[in-house]
Design a protein around this ligand. Structure first.
Ligand SMILES: NC(=O)c1ccc[n+]([C@@H]2O[C@H](COP(=O)([O-])OP(=O)(O)OC[C@H]3O[C@@H](n4cnc5c(N)ncnc54)[C@H](O)[C@@H]3O)[C@@H](O)[C@H]2O)c1
Ligand SMILES: O=C(O)C[C@H](O)C(=O)O
Length: 307
């Protein structure tokens, strides 16, 4: 049985544990720095198993030693943004937290695959890779599955059709310069570009790019966690079941898309060893230009990091 550890027992962490437990994907450890928080939530989730019908082992702890020998570790520790903030505004606080979290992962779970969720996503994933010292293929970030889910949801709403039939892809940085790809979007095999005119697609693209901020503004404190946890679990499932799914992930680039030495959202093949392949898609000039701008921003921040 797989051992899955979730670092951070806040909104994203605890909801992820709930979804994993309900699917009985493995035994789970949930950690946090706040005393009693992971323990209390674990107890609650264990008791929910008697009603929902799962027997998943869930340990809540403040002790990193309990993540020992995890197959997979999910990082959700750190602060979330408030209205008016960008994800990049979180870098100072979250980079310190993740350096410490990553050193503990390297110490106690040196063989694990690491999925980072903490923002700013692409930069924090880079810090997690550097601070664990793990192979780049074993450390990746969750962003594109969430952003694609949002795009699919807006498309289904616009077409008044089922979300189940929409297949799409969002790549690039997890920020204001992400790149939804209408030309790789289909509804039950029918190209989106045959179903909606350009201006309506452009509105859906814009709403997707601002999808996280839209929720932050509504919540007033904290950010989204139901869709993010669903996205995390689909990536976890691909790794645990070695299912070789093609999903967008923040992956370490070594020349793909003209980029080197940064983490960036791209379509990957996910399996038991992590990122098994990076797929290169043909983009239009405008999309390449957004990717270039976005990668420059990420590269600038990385060059100032001390990791
Ligand atoms: N990648 C994505 O698409 C995506 C989606 C949603 C949220 N996020 C990010 O995920 C992070 C968490 O969001 P949230 O809504 O769960 O926040 P939250 O405030 O609800 O929970 C964060 C938890 O981290 C804990 N924590 C802080 N420092 C820690 C440490 N050193 N060790 C262990 N735990 C520690 C806190 O005590 C808290 O319980 C944020 O940075 C947010 O921006 C990313
Ligand atoms: O928007 C945020 O700050 C959280 C997350 O990155 C999201 O897209 O929901």
């Amino acid at each position: 049985m797989a051992k899955i550890s979730v670092i951070g027992a806040g909104n994203v962490g605890a909801t992820t544990v709930q979804r994993l437990a309900e699917l009985e994907l493995g035994e789970i450890v949930m950690t946090d720095i706040v005393e009693g928080l992971p323990q209390g939530k674990a107890l609650d989730l264990i008791q929910a198993g008697a009603i929902k019908g799962y027997d998943t082992s869930i340990i809540g702890t403040n002790n990193y030693a309990d993540i020992a020998d995890s197959n997979l570790v999910i990082i959700t520790a750190g602060i979330a943004r408030k209205p008016g903030m960008t994800r990049e505004d979180l870098i100072k606080t979250n980079s310190k937290i993740i350096s410490e979290v990553s050193r503990n992962i390297a110490k106690y779970a040196p063989e694990s695959i690491v999925i980072n969720v903490t923002n700013p996503l692409d930069i924090i994933t880079y810090i997690a890779m550097k601070s664990t010292g793990f192979d780049t293929k074993k450390v990746f970030g969750m962003s594109g599955v969430l952003d694609s889910g949002r795009f699919a949801s807006f498309i289904a709403e616009e077409l008044k059709c089922s979300k189940k039939d929409v297949q799409t892809m969002v790549i690039g940085g997890h920020g204001d310069l992400m790149v939804p790809l209408p030309q790789y979007t289909t509804v039950s095999g029918v190209p989106l570009t045959d179903l909606l005119p350009e201006d309506r697609i452009a509105r859906l693209v814009e709403r997707t790019v601002n999808g996280g901020a839209e929720i932050v503004e509504l919540l007033k404190q904290g950010s989204a966690f139901y869709a993010p946890s669903a996205a995390i679990v689909s990536m976890v499932e691909a790794v645990i079941k070695n299912s070789k799914r093609i999903l967008p992930a923040s992956a370490y680039l070594e020349g793909q898309y003209g980029q080197e030495g940064i983490y960036f959202g791209v379509p990957v093949k996910l399996g038991a060893t992590g990122v098994e392949e990076i797929l290169e898609l043909k983009l239009d000039e405008n999309q390449y230009e957004i990717l270039r701008k976005s990668s420059e921003t990420i590269r600038n921040v990385i060059s100032q990091l001390k990791v």
